[in-house]
Design a protein around this ligand. Structure first.
Ligand code: 1GP
Length: 270
């Protein structure tokens, strides 16, 4: 059986979410941006959050004002990825659960959508299009909603896992105009979102000036993440024009969960 035959068997194209311009989850993101001014995304790493703690962690996050859950990590040592995603989905209720894959192994049919990333800041073909081609048939088979995302690595004071593993140079933090050129190219290529990424645990988050320049020139949702450790840092980035703030590392540290409400208050404009 050819790959085309195999892919088309049993698929009703009319109901295929992948053929729709904007899926249900993407629409939810647009609504959050519209209603709250900016959204709070909590990144959950399956290697850091034990499954028995998922329910409580998510309940606390929702009570505190988290809008969306991302699932992803640099590595995947947890072999029960589908189980992890199902558990998060069960606890998250109506809140979108979106895969933010660090590798091809982090794809599951149980999420609401997959952030279909291309590392557009780099010139490594594998991360621009290679992995995406490998993933595409699987995503099609799963009927998973995709949200295309121009993923841009920004220099953040030290080499990050994302920079090292993607084998690409980040955009210099003092060159917002280079970031803007990439973001516009992503938008013109039809991407549904842009992610300015300092890298997990980055020394410095993405500069507010860069966010401001990019945000003033694009119309698709702009996410910013990496190294955001305080409500003030989150607020500065929302004030600069970020539509979604992604925080992961900070909330993995003991005792940090109590500050989640303050992050939410700093991120939400209304
Ligand atoms: C990483 O941008 C995300 O891909 C979140 O970064 O873990 O540093 O919050 P942190």
């Amino acid at each position: 059986m050819t790959i085309c035959n195999s892919l088309s068997s049993g698929v009703n194209r009319k109901s295929n979410p992948i053929t729709m311009a904007d899926g249900k989850t993407y629409q939810k993101l647009l609504r959050i941006r519209e209603e709250k001014g900016a959204g709070f995304i909590l990144l959950l790493d399956p290697d850091k959050l034990p499954v028995p703690r998922i329910q409580n962690s998510i309940e606390h996050a929702i009570e505190s004002g988290v809008d969306v859950f991302f699932i992803g990590g640099s590595f995947l040592l947890n072999r029960q990825f589908d189980g992890f995603v199902q558990e998060v989905k069960r606890a998250a209720g109506e809140h979108p659960v979106i895969l933010f894959p660090g590798s091809l192994h982090q794809i599951s049919p149980f999420a609401d959508a997959l952030l279909f990333l291309s590392v557009i800041s780099g010139r490594n073909p594998e991360h621009l299009i290679g992995s995406q081609v490998t993933a595409a048939p699987l995503v099609w088979k799963m009927q998973l909603e995709t949200i295309s995302c121009g993923y841009m690595l920004i220099e953040s004071g030290a080499l990050t896992s994302a920079q090292f593993l993607s084998n690409s140079f980040p955009i210099p933090r003092s060159k917002p105009e280079i970031a803007l050129a990439h973001a516009l190219a992503g938008q013109f290529l039809g991407m549904q979102s842009i992610y300015l990424e300092a890298g997990s645990g980055a020394k410095w988050p993405v500069p507010a000036e860069m966010i401001s320049l990019v945000s003033r020139h694009i119309r698709i949702p702009l996410m910013a993440g990496g190294g955001i450790r305080s409500p003030r840092e989150a607020e500065e980035r929302v004030n600069a024009g970020a539509h979604f703030i992604v925080v992961g590392n900070y909330f993995e540290t003991e005792g940090s969960a109590s500050l989640m409400k303050e992050f939410a208050a700093a991120i939400h404009r209304r």
